[in-house]
Design a binder for this molecule. Structure first.
Ligand SMILES: [Zn+2]
Length: 498
């Protein structure tokens, strides 16, 4: 065979080996964003800089001027930042149906990390291969879910501690997931399947994830009166398995622990001083959204003392907003307290009546702002949504602009560069995502351009999918995916593996 044939054969083979979804690598389009204030992801103060990128990489950051052929973006009055990395995202299923992911890119999110709270797609390798075959607008990474592997091994007989042989089989599954590219192991210990696991089970499985450099990420066992014990358990798992720990959506969710953020922070700080690598993330809302029955953990919905305690735990019936109740639409968007007064009933009687009439959707304000602020002000707390495409809570479409608009600009809880760090380099370092989370020459051109004067969330508990304002342009791997309030058709999202 002639050398020319050999060479073209080599090219054909090389192209065949190129995984799908790497279109960005052949995208040689060049751009320069001129005159924006740079928040480079490090937390350093804003500075004026031009950002030039070619194909999927940033090539220069600084005074450099556009070159011939560049598309020039006027960044005057805007901030350019690394794309936001949402380390706790629930879009795993919806991404296939909605690859444009408008509710995500509209917030400036360029990478979603799915599989939190103990539940993940399975097998991880197949799921990621499917995402490579049909890429989305955003990059994706995945955790392996503890409840997912527990269910695979124990089936419906999960309401008990696992036997040693079962833990060994779960460990093999975690091993498989890690080899297939999972970022680590996630758990949801307040939920049905994961909640029956003993600490030792989680230690054994975390050891497997640790072997591959993974992270143990946990919705801890209690976010209410026993929050501090739950925090200590997560830390103990990190210590015993020698694995970094990520506390998911850190919060203090009942009256008994309100205003005690300092105590939670002291527990984490003490662990960090001993060398345990503990970090956390937090969503910027003081209310959750669910069905009215979740208020009563012992599930005795028509037993007045249980209901009474449930309402007291969230600060009273005035903190429970009815958002959906088919039997009485006239109750919607009024509090349990107000409706009870109108109807000359006690809130407990009304609660019991509502459950009998088919239940209701509620929004419950059960966290206090000073705890939220104290957590965000810790260097080890990141911003994450705990939402995703289609989430029935405004955090699914509002989290990142809400932090930038309300908690940076209006309330001044954080400086802008520090908030950006919590959205970019902090999660990137946590997950060891190479060349992401900062704007430096050589980094992937995952970028967001926003207006710091107007950026704000607009999603509400009644309309949770309204898109935020102020995010002007979003690039993933150098390709524009969001432009002036609209998604663009490009699907440059990459699959990121550990
Ligand atoms: Zn959770």
């Amino acid at each position: 065979m002639g050398s020319r044939i050999l060479r073209s054969l080599a090219i054909v083979i090389a192209l065949a080996l190129l995984p799908p979804g790497t279109a960005a690598q052949v995208n040689r389009r060049s751009w320069t964003i001129v005159g924006a204030d740079l928040a480079d992801g490090s937390g350093r103060a804003l500075r004026r800089a031009n950002v030039r990128f070619v194909g999927d990489r940033v090539v220069s950051v600084g005074p450099g001027v556009p070159q011939r052929g560049d598309t020039i973006v006027n960044g005057a009055g805007l901030v350019v930042a690394p794309g936001f990395i949402d380390i706790h995202n629930h879009s795993a299923e919806e991404l296939a149906n909605d690859p444009a992911a408008a509710t995500q890119v509209a917030q400036g999110i360029t990478t979603v990390v799915v599989g939190p709270d103990g539940g993940s797609p399975w097998p991880i390798g197949e799921y990621l291969a499917e995402r490579r075959r049909s890429p989305a607008a955003v990059n994706i990474a995945a955790f392996a879910g503890h409840a997912t592997v527990r269910r695979l091994v124990m089936g419906d007989d999960f309401k008990r501690p696992a036997r040693a042989d079962e833990v060994a089989r779960m460990a093999m599954l975690v091993d498989q997931a890690m080899r297939e590219g999972a970022m680590g192991l996630s758990s949801g210990l307040e939920y049905e399947v994961g909640g029956y696991a003993e600490t030792s089970e989680l230690v054994e499985l975390s050891k497997v994830a640790a072997k591959y450099g993974g992270v143990y990420m946990s919705h801890i066992r209690d976010e209410a009166d026993k929050s501090f014990d739950a925090l200590r358990e997560a830390i103990a798992i990190g210590e015993r398995a020698r694995i970094p720990v990520q506390i998911s959506h850190i919060k203090l969710g009942t009256v008994g622990v309100w205003h005690k953020a300092a105590e939670a922070i002291a527990i984490v700080e003490a662990a960090r001083k001993r060398g345990v690598d503990v970090t956390a993330d937090e969503y910027p809302y003081n209310a959750w959204s669910s069905t009215i029955t979740v208020l009563v953990p012992d599930k005795r919905y028509d037993y007045p003392p249980s209901v009474e305690k449930a309402l007291a735990d969230v600060g009273g019936a005035a903190n429970v907003l009815i958002v959906r109740h088919a039997a009485h639409p006239d109750y919607e968007f009024r509090t349990l307290d107000a409706v009870a007064k109108d109807r000359k009933m006690t809130p407990v009687e009304l609660f019991i009546q509502i459950v009998r009439d088919g239940g209701a959707g509620v929004v419950c304000t059960s966290m206090v702002d000073d705890d939220m602020r104290a957590f965000y002000q810790q260097v080890w707390v990141m911003v994450a949504s705990d939402g995703g495409i289609g989430t029935r809570h405004p955090r699914g479409a509002g989290t990142f602009p809400r932090v930038l608009g309300r908690y940076v600009r209006d309330e001044r809880w954080l400086t802008l560069p520090e908030a950006i760090r919590k959205m970019t380099s902090a999660p990137a370092e946590r997950l060891k995502l190479a060349q992401r989370g900062r704007i430096v020459a050589g980094a992937f051109a995952d970028l967001v351009l926003f207006n710091p004067k107007t950026v704000v969330d607009r999603s509400t508990f009644s309309e949770p999918s309204i898109l935020p304002a102020g995010i002007e342009k979003v690039f993933v791997g150098g390709e524009l995916v969001w432009d002036g309030g609209k998604p663009v058709s490009a699907r440059p999202g990459q699959v990121l593996v550990r």
